[in-house]
Design a protein around this ligand. Structure first.
Ligand SMILES: CC(C)(COP(=O)(O)OP(=O)(O)OC[C@H]1O[C@@H](n2cnc3c(N)ncnc32)[C@H](O)[C@@H]1OP(=O)(O)O)[C@@H](O)C(=O)NCCC(=O)NCCS
Length: 178
């Protein structure tokens, strides 16, 4: 049985707990201190930060987090230049950006990733939700996002990546027909 906990802010100890999962799941940012200073501390300070954690009997097995993305940020700007201008104009800025989702390999395939994703975006105030992921449609994460209603909007900022988007629960009054 997995327990999902969602928070809008984090304590110092959370970085240590999250780091162990991040290291096990993601190959980027191998240096603990650099990850902490360049990624975690910056991201957790962003407006709209939200973290979902999944706990099993053995402890933390997965996490997902995001924040309110805006123009001028490191991901938003390069993506603006590769997406179709109309897509970029209507989707980027003020969106909720899913930055990271990871589940320990030993805990995968039991619905935890889906529970984390659902908990992370549930009740968000943002009208537009965005993420970047692999261009491989057979990838587990891509399949998960597609099955949760995310659609490919165009190429991503990195090689072999795409941007996926989803409308939030709160709809813009001017685009109620889409
Ligand atoms: C993506 C990830 C979070 C999924 O976690 P998970 O707990 O295994 O996911 P779930 O068990 O909730 O599965 C949800 C859906 O994902 C897809 N999926 C999961 N594992 C899959 C696999 N091995 N092959 C294909 N699709 C898979 C399926 O659509 C699945 O739904 P279904 O069970 O109804 O078929 C996990 O594989 C992971 O941490 N991967 C490495 C990190 C990563 O790629 N993160 C995303 C970066 S954008």
């Amino acid at each position: 049985m997995v327990r999902i906990v969602v928070d809008g802010s984090v304590a110092v100890a959370d970085a240590v707990e999250l780091r162990s999962i991040y290291r096990a799941v993601f190959p980027d940012h191998p240096d603990d201190r650099a990850w902490r200073e360049e990624v975690w501390d910056r991201h957790t300070a962003r407006p709209g930060f939200r973290l979902a954690r999944a706990y099993a009997d053995a402890g933390l097995v997965g996490f997902a987090y995001g924040y309110t993305g805006d123009l001028g940020q490191w991901w938003t700007d390069p993506v603006t230049s590769v997406l179709e201008p109309e897509v970029a104009r209507t989707w980027l800025g003020g969106h909720f950006e899913v930055v990271s989702l990871g589940v320990l390999a030993a805990a995968r395939g039991r619905g935890t990733g889906r529970l984390l994703m659902q908990a992370l975006v549930r009740g968000l105030p943002q009208e537009r939700l965005l993420l970047q992921t692999t261009a491989d449609p057979a990838d587990p994460a891509r399949r998960l996002y597609a099955s949760e209603g995310w659609q490919v909007l165009g190429p991503g900022a990195g090689d072999h990546t795409v941007v996926m988007g989803r409308r939030g629960a709160r709809r813009p009054s001017s685009t109620s027909g889409d």
